[in-house]
Design a protein around this ligand. Structure first.
Ligand SMILES: Cc1cc2nc3c(=O)[nH]c(=O)nc-3n(C[C@H](O)[C@H](O)[C@H](O)COP(=O)(O)O)c2cc1C
Ligand code: SF4
Ligand code: SF4
Length: 252
């Protein structure tokens, strides 16, 4: 077994690490951008694939990873796990449908409600104690899913026709344009001190340092890692101002 995840503020990393460790304490868990990720998938028959929901879709980087490595999925059993701040409809189904096209066997789907990660929007923000409670409830859900999976009973969240319709009409259709292309909307203010952290963290290499200043090249997968970690709160993406630098570690 191997766990592969994309995570921006740490929510999905936590969920996949916890779930995989409960299922197989010797299994490896890797971020999707790790250069070993493809090799690990090729050498394993069971994969737990986790990612954050974006506008009721899977992040483009994850969908592209699946498509660009089309030949590695045939015959693999995959548990698709989508984390979300509120609602996804068919978050797990969004990758399950692509993976099936490449011959994967979808073992199950799991949806986990976690704190919101959109650092520059107030919309879904909760208090610290509410976020701590959300994480506790998520941990209980992961534990109970792992116990059932160990008995061979897999969750089916996000899979199937009704879920598909809910994801489509609940959000995806209205926000279709936001997840079809990489974003060029990363903005960096004059507060930047050129520390280079954003460039070091970006899983898309969308930020690079040039003459001591960060530059972007229009290939942002909206992971919010740079926004949540900039020491000067100099980066915004969808919003105009950083509201909270969301990080999973704050909620435990
Ligand atoms: C650009 C963007 C879009 C999002 N869209 C949704 C959404 O449609 N539904 C939802 O429930 N949460 C949405 N979220 C919240 C994240 O899916 C959620 O906070 C997730 O657990 C973050 O995981 P991470 O810390 O591993 O990146 C969105 C977050 C971002 C950054
Ligand atoms: S992390 Fe912030 S301060 Fe550091 S280089 Fe990036 S934008 Fe500038
Ligand atoms: S530019 Fe920032 S938000 Fe976009 S992919 Fe890179 S780290 Fe993530």
């Amino acid at each position: 077994m191997v766990g592969i995840y994309l995570s921006r503020t740490g929510n999905t990393r936590h969920c996949i690490e916890k779930l995989v460790m409960l299922l197989d304490e010797n299994a490896k868990v890797l971020p999707i951008e790790d250069e070993d990720a493809v090799l690990q998938i090729m050498e394993t028959d069971f994969i737990v694939l986790g990612y954050p929901t974006q506008f009721s879709n899977a992040p483009l980087m994850v969908r592209d990873f699946i498509r660009e490595n089309a030949s590695i999925w045939k015959g693999k059993r995959i548990l698709c796990v989508a984390t979300m701040g509120a609602f996804s409809g068919d978050g797990a189904g969004c990758t399950a449908r692509i993976l099936k096209k490449y011959g994967a066997i979808i073992a199950g789907g799991l949806h986990i409600h976690m704190p919101d990660s959109v650092c520059d929007s107030k919309l879904l923000k909760k208090s610290l104690s509410e976020n701590k409670q959300i994480v506790k409830t998520a941990d209980q859900k992961i534990e109970s899913a792992a116990a059932r999976i160990a008995k061979g009973i897999y969750p089916r969240e996000g899979l199937g026709f009704i879920y598909h319709l809910t994801g489509l009409f609940g959000q995806r259709l209205w926000f279709y344009g936001k997840t079809q292309h990489y974003s060029n909307r990363v903005k960096i203010s004059d507060a930047c001190v050129g520390c280079g952290l954003c460039a070091a963290k970006c899983p898309m290499h969308n930020v690079t340092m040039q003459d001591g200043r960060p530059k972007t090249n229009g290939k942002c997968t909206m992971c919010y890692r740079c926004v949540s970690s900039c020491p000067k709160q100099a980066i915004t993406l969808l919003g105009k101002e950083v509201q909270e630098q969301c990080r999973f570690e704050k909620y435990i």
